[in-house]
Design a protein around this ligand. Structure first.
Ligand code: SF4
Length: 236
C-alpha cells in the first residue's frame, strides 16, 4: 500500500467531529476535485509499504499521543489493494482501535464491510468538477451497503454517514437529487452538509435557505450542517 503521511490530530468533520485520532493519509486518487486541499496525495508513485509497517507507525504515533482512534483517508483509500487495507485494519482492531474511513464513494468497499466502524462517503458535486462522474446508482449501492451493516444510526459504531461539500446552490440541488433518488435519508443515514473550506464563511449561513429551496422538509431528517472544525483550529 502507499501512504503519504501519518499524524495525530482531531477529526474536524462529520458526526465524529472533535474526536482526537491518528490520520493515515493514503497516497493515490484519480477523482481529481478542483478544490481538493490535499493534491499532494493524488500520485500513485510513492514507494509501497506493508500493512504491518503502517500499523507499527500508527501504533507509535497513537501511543505518543495517547489515542485509540484511527481515520484512514486520502487520496482515495479504496484505490488501495483491498487485501492490504483488510490486513491493516485487522492489525489495528486487534490493538483496540476505533476505525473510520473517508472515501469519495467512487469505488465500492469490496470485502471490507467489517474493516471499519464508521464509513464516511463524500460524493462529489458540480463544484468539484471531478474527472469521474458520481451517479445516483452509485449512491444507491452505498445506501444498500449501509443497510447491510445493520447498525442503527447514531450508535457507536455508527455505520455510515454521507458528507456533501458545498460551494454554491447548484451543489445543494445536485446533492438533494442524489439523496432523493437513493432515498438515503429514509435509511437512517446521517447526512452532513459541509461548506467548502475556502468559502466557508460565505456559504455556511446560506445553507439552511439553500436546503429549504431543494428539500423543504430537510429538518425532519438526520441532516447536519458542520464546518471543518480542524481548519478553524488551525490543525492539519
Ligand atoms: S476525492 Fe478527495 S483526495 Fe481525491 S481529489 Fe477529491 S478531495 Fe482530493
Amino acid at each position: 500500500m502507499r501512504v503519504l503521511e501519518i499524524y495525530a490530530t482531531v477529526q474536524g468533520e462529520g458526526i465524529d467531529v472533535g474526536r482526537p485520532a491518528v490520520f493515515v493519509r493514503m497516497a493515490g486518487c484519480s477523482v481529481g476535485c478542483v478544490w481538493c486541499d490535499t493534491k499532494e496525495s493524488w500520485g500513485f508513485d510513492r514507494p509501497a509499504v506493508t500493512p504491518a509497517a503502517v500499523a507499527a507507525e500508527v501504533l507509535r504515533v497513537a501511543d505518543e499521543a495517547g489515542l485509540r482512534s484511527v481515520v484512514v483517508t486520502g487520496g482515495e483509500p479504496l484505490q488501495q489493494p483491498a487485501a492490504e487495507l483488510a490486513e491493516l485494519t485487522a492489525r489495528l482492531r486487534q490493538a483496540g482501535f476505533h476505525l473510520a474511513v473517508e472515501t469519495s464513494g467512487h469505488f465500492l468497499p469490496n470485502g471490507l464491510a467489517t474493516s471499519f466502524d464508521l464509513w464516511t462517503v463524500s460524493p462529489k458535486l458540480p463544484s468539484a468538477q471531478a474527472r469521474l462522474p458520481f451517479t445516483s446508482e452509485r449512491l444507491q449501492a452505498w445506501v444498500a451497503f449501509a443497510r447491510s451493516l445493520g447498525r442503527p444510526a447514531g450508535s457507536r459504531p455508527s455505520g455510515l454517514q454521507l458528507k456533501f461539500v458545498i460551494s454554491h446552490l447548484e451543489d445543494v440541488a445536485a446533492a438533494c437529487r442524489l439523496i432523493a433518488a437513493a432515498e438515503a435519508h429514509r435509511a437512517g443515514i446521517p447526512i452532513i452538509f459541509q461548506p467548502e473550506a475556502s468559502q466557508a464563511a460565505q456559504v455556511f449561513p446560506r445553507l439552511p435557505s439553500w436546503l429549504h429551496q431543494h428539500w423543504p422538509d430537510w429538518q425532519h431528517w438526520d441532516v447536519r450542517l458542520i464546518p471543518q472544525v480542524h481548519k478553524l483550529l488551525g490543525l492539519p
